[in-house]
Design a protein. Structure first.
Length: 201
């Protein structure tokens, strides 16, 4: 039976999307994190299995650009967000990822993202701020669906790449961590599965 551990050199691909208060991982607030667990079926095809998501309280002194909130629609002070401190947010994301790494026989997780360096930089900044131990993610390696979509479909914007791949896209739902992570996961699985059909790998 094919194993996901054998497909990416012992890495478990986990699709992550973050929503933030700006572009500077050191200074701007981390506001939402979503992580999609990817599994492999008996035919070696990848699929989105589960999504874990959490709303995050801005760290003390965090900068929040109002323009970022206009794009995401996040109401930072709303009690309905159920936001938790960064340390707890990281724990809620890391726990199921670590379990999946163990269950699949992988060595560690590798972050998959659309502009993955951005998501990884905010994750790493939160890990450093909270002295979070045992992050399941590789600290600097990642898989970027911008590059993969540019190769596969000639598109680098997530919405255009998704549509080029034949996926549905709802612009009104975009820019939430869950929606963007799940669409990125769907796109990643689509590209990897098409490569398998084309090459047999």
């Amino acid at each position: 039976m094919p194993r996901i551990a054998d497909r990416f050199r012992g890495f478990l691909p986990v699709v992550v999307d973050v929503e933030t208060g700006g572009f500077n991982a050191q200074k701007d607030a981390l506001l939402e994190v979503a992580a999609c667990l990817i599994r492999m079926d008996n035919f070696g095809r990848l699929y989105l299995a589960e999504t874990v998501a959490v709303n995050v309280e801005p760290f003390d002194g965090a900068n929040i650009d109002p323009r970022s909130l206009e794009i995401t629609g996040i109401q930072v002070d709303s009690p309905l967000r159920g936001a938790v401190p960064e340390q707890e947010a990281l724990r809620r994301i890391a726990q199921p990822v670590r379990k999946e790494v163990r269950d699949t026989g992988c060595q560690r997780a590798i972050l998959v993202g659309h502009n993955s360096f951005f998501d990884l930089s905010f994750l790493n900044a939160a890990i450093a701020r909270t002295s979070f131990k045992r992050s399941p993610f590789h600290p600097f390696s990642s898989l970027d669906t911008v590059s993969l979509a540019g190769l596969a479909f000639g598109q680098t914007v997530l919405s255009r790449a998704a549509q080029a791949a034949g996926m549905d896209w709802n612009e009104s739902e975009a820019h939430s961590a869950i929606y963007d992570a799940e669409k990125t996961a769907e796109l990643f699985c689509c590209i990897v599965n098409r490569w398998k059909i084309l090459t047999g790998f």
